[in-house]
Design a protein around this ligand. Structure first.
Ligand code: MGD
Ligand code: MGD
Ligand code: SF4
Ligand code: MO
Length: 726
């Protein structure tokens, strides 16, 4: 029996875990690491990850589909790795030759983008080996508004600020629910809100801005201002103007460190608190009182998250929140927003753009690409148009996590090749020609690289593999590099043929920081702090434009029509019929995007079907009762769900949890047996629905209608009949 240190890689806090390894080398238990360097505590998802590690539905061997994709249920044969990779490479090479390299597309999801540093690092070399520009990721469902804005405002997409929660006197937390989701684009220790309560305890304030009164908002943390969905950009513009007009902006600082602030003032000058209050649903007097609080606070920070990022205008919303932080002197200030040092602390300047010509229009990718990708919401149309003929999916599940499921399923039927690298045969994997078994995070070494630079107290931790990969599971790094080799291109395996999980890359990264893996293995918890740089160093470390100035109103935002769009959406909102319904997302502790639904302890037993949350007012207006079955629909799609009346929602807003609707995910027997609908079947994906510049998908404040799908409820036995929802 031995104990090893490791860290969770389900979400961003990377909580410390202890793995108890029994005498036959298997993991007997995962326990919290009470002395973890972050001070955070793992949640039930991390602590029950052994359910995923040992799940009988896990993929253990490469599988090859033998029936056509139009048959929803795949028939798969076990095949060998060498043969699978050789066949995939042969087919990719044939497509590249016949239709050009852009006929091959890559989509990588969260477990590659956030949770497996080596796997992530292998994506770009594979893209280059294929020669394709068709690169997509979960980023355009998540946070590319911040990376795209960072590229323009500071000169690099790698510059993402985080609120200095440990020191701030005022936190405005917009479109986030940290108690449930534990922050994003910030690797904050999971402390069940202790750090937010501490702000209040030291005399500060926390205010949430959210359509729904959220779990994070308690008497000990702070209130929720219930905003109308999709209107944050106007709220932020009004807040900016209010602060500006009361002289809260430091003009000398703006002039010396920034440029074009007056241009920004001009562009948003019409959105005063009085003008926007009816649209945002927050009274002008309340906006003024927030401005007064921010102006008076010794330090203040605005943080926006997915509820804003996914709202069609996340890029301008982030620009405005950053410019309020900057204007009020809170950027690069203790207690304001900061950019902690990471294990790598330099930011590649955006050098220009690569143009991507497609049949549905021209797109742009910055050079270097960094975190930028094309809009995932266009994959369906790019397949329909014949541009994309092969799709390689790494640790992602676009069938359920991107908008427009029905259209996407139809489009996938026409693909020449679909490959899924995953721990499960997911909804996407079910349709794939090859389903390749990935090692999970207990089965490979790793470094806290992807959250590095986003940790309030910077540290670096290394973990060995807790156990070798079971059966024929392989780490993403090995799979992608083996595919590069099979394509006939040089790969990292040429240099390190014995490496199977990318640990040689970690050694390189650490070396550049003056460390070795041994140094970390000999440090307590296999982790070391990274020297914190003073907040004020932000300006010299992170503003990498050639002129060294913060661009407060990037030309690109104007050229690509972001401000015109802001005006036209405002007019749309003004013209909206009273009673119009908008759908927002509702993350719960019992589901993680689309993929923890096969662990009975996390999903099934506790929550069951994914209901649609409806405000009492909207339910009354439609004569709906708790438990009724309704149809939720719009021009894009239609789903059924069971009503849960939720007084935490304001009238006009319904909420659903994404990741459900796994009826056709035959490879995940628990998830597919749970009722629930895929709310993403309702997301619009036309050109206008995708935000210019960031390519973010429109995933919140989506117009929908709701009607009863079950006029009469009959009593059917001892309990009420279980809802059958599609
Ligand atoms: N309506 C709505 N939709 C949303 C969102 C929302 O708020 N509302 N949120 C969006 C957000 S923020 C995101 S990030 C995206 C996520 O979008 P995706 O990344 O496409 O989706 P996930 O459900 O995270 O899928 C991860 C897949 O990786 C697999 N996996 C898990 N661990 C590993 C591993 O170690 N290796 C490999 N190779 N595979 C692994 C899982 O089984 C699963 O199939 O979804 C988005 N979708
Ligand atoms: N349990 C659990 N944890 C997770 C995940 C999960 O699926 N389950 N996913 C992980 C991932 S990939 C990510 S990116 C993070 C996301 O982390 P967060 O961004 O904190 O995600 P949510 O909890 O969905 O919080 C978004 C909030 O935005 C609100 N909202 C919706 N529309 C609007 C709007 O128009 N304006 C405003 N102001 N608010 C709005 C919603 O009510 C919701 O409370 O969570 C991560 N952690
Ligand atoms: S908070 Fe996230 S990182 Fe921490 S244990 Fe839970 S799932 Fe894992
Ligand atoms: Mo995400």
């Amino acid at each position: 029996m031995s104990i090893k240190h490791t860290f969770c890689r389900i979400c961003e806090p990377a909580c410390g875990l202890l793995a108890r390894i029994d005498n036959d080398g298997q993991i007997a238990a995962l326990l919290p690491d009470p002395n973890h360097i972050s001070g955070g505590r793992p949640c039930h998802k991390g602590l029950s990850f052994l359910d995923v590690h040992r799940d009988p539905d896990r993929l253990n061997w490469p599988l090859k589909r033998r029936n056509p994709r139009r048959e929803a249920r795949g028939a798969f044969d076990r095949v060998e790795w060498d043969a699978s990779l050789a066949d995939v490479a042969r087919r990719l090479n044939a497509l590249r030759e016949q239709h050009g390299p852009n006929s091959v597309a890559i989509y990588y999801g969260n477990p590659f983008g956030v949770a497996n540093a080596a796997g992530w690092a292998a994506v770009e070399p594979l893209r280059q080996a294929i020669g394709t520009q068709m690169i997509f990721s979960a980023g355009t469902q998540d946070v590319t508004n911040k990376t795209a804005a960072g590229a323009e405002i500071y000169g690099s997409s790698g510059v993402l600020t985080i609120p200095d929660i440990a020191n701030t006197h005022y936190l405005l937390c917009i479109g986030a629910n940290p108690l449930v989701s534990r922050w994003t684009a910030m690797s904050h220790p999971n402390d069940d809100l202790a750090s937010l309560r501490a702000i209040v305890d030291r005399g500060g304030k926390v205010v949430f801005v959210n359509p729904r009164k959220i779990e994070s908002s308690t008497p000990a943390t702070g209130p929720t201002l219930q905003i109308r969905p999709g209107t944050d950009v106007y709220f932020l513009a009004a807040l900016f103007l209010e602060l500006d007009s009361r002289g809260a902006f430091d003009e000398a600082r703006i002039a010396s460190l920034g440029k074009r602030m007056n241009e920004l003032r001009l562009r948003i000058k019409g959105y005063t608190a009085d003008v926007v209050e009816a649209i945002v649903g927050i009274q002008a007097s309340q906006i003024r009182s927030i401005a007064a609080d921010i102006a008076a606070a010794p330090s203040a920070a605005i943080y926006i998250s997915t509820g804003v990022n996914q709202s069609r205008q996340g890029t301008l919303a982030y620009l405005l929140s950053e410019m309020i932080n900057f204007g009020t002197g809170n950027l690069g200030r203790k207690g304001g927003v900061i950019k902690p040092a990471g294990i790598v602390d330099h930011f590649a300047r955006t050098q220009g753009v690569a143009t991507v010509e497609t049949s549905i229009g021209t797109f742009e990718l910055p050079e270097p690409i960094g975190a930028a990708t094309l809009p995932a919401a266009t994959i369906t149309r790019l397949i329909e148009s014949g541009d994309i003929r092969a799709l390689l999916v790494f640790g992602g599940n676009p069938i359920l996590t991107v908008g427009g499921e029905e259209q996407m399923r139809r489009a996938y039927e026409s693909l020449d090749l679909l490959v899924s690298v995953d721990v499960f045969r997911s909804a996407t994997g079910e349709l794939a020609d090859y389903v390749l078994p990935a090692a999970d995070w207990l089965e490979h070494s790793d470094l806290t690289l992807l959250g590095s630079g986003l940790q309030p107290q910077p540290y670096v931790q290394y973990t060995e593999a807790m156990v070798p990969p079971a059966h024929e599971r392989r780490n993403g790094w090995w799979i992608l590099n083996s595919l590069i080799s099979a394509l006939g291109a040089p790969s990292a395996l040429d240099v390190a043929p014995d490496d199977h999980d990318g640990h040689s890359m970690f050694a390189e990264i650490l070396k550049a920081a003056g460390l070795t893996i041994d140094d970390l293995m000999q440090s307590p918890g296999n982790a070391r702090p990274i020297d914190q740089k003073p907040p004020e160093s932000f300006f010299e470390r992170c503003v990498v434009h050639p002129d060294g100035k913060i661009d407060c109103c990037p030309e690109k935002f104007i050229e690509r029509g972001l401000f015109d769009r802001m005006a036209s959406i405002f007019a749309e909102l003004r013209a909206e019929a009273p009673g119009a319904l908008k759908m927002i997302s509702l993350r719960t502790r019992y589901m993680h995007n689309s993929w923890m639904g096969n662990a009975p302890r996390i999903n099934h037993a506790i929550r069951g079907a994914s209901p649609v949350h409806v405000s009492p007012e909207d339910a009354n207006a439609r004569a709906l009762l708790d438990g009724d079955i309704v149809r939720i629909f719009n021009d894009v799609g239609s789903v059924k769900a069971q009503v849960r009346i939720d007084a935490d929602l304001p009238p006009g807003t319904i909420a659903m949890t994404h990741g459900y609707g796994q009826r056709l995910t035959y490879g995940m027997t628990v998830a597919s047996a749970v009722d629930g609908a895929n709310c993403n079947a309702l997301l619009p994906t036309d050109d206008d629905d995708i935000e210019p510049v960031s390519y973010m998908s429109w995933m919140t404040a989506v117009p929908v209608e709701l009607v009863s799908a079950e006029p009469v409820r009959t009593y059917e036995g001892p309990g009420l009949a279980t809802a059958i929802v599609e």
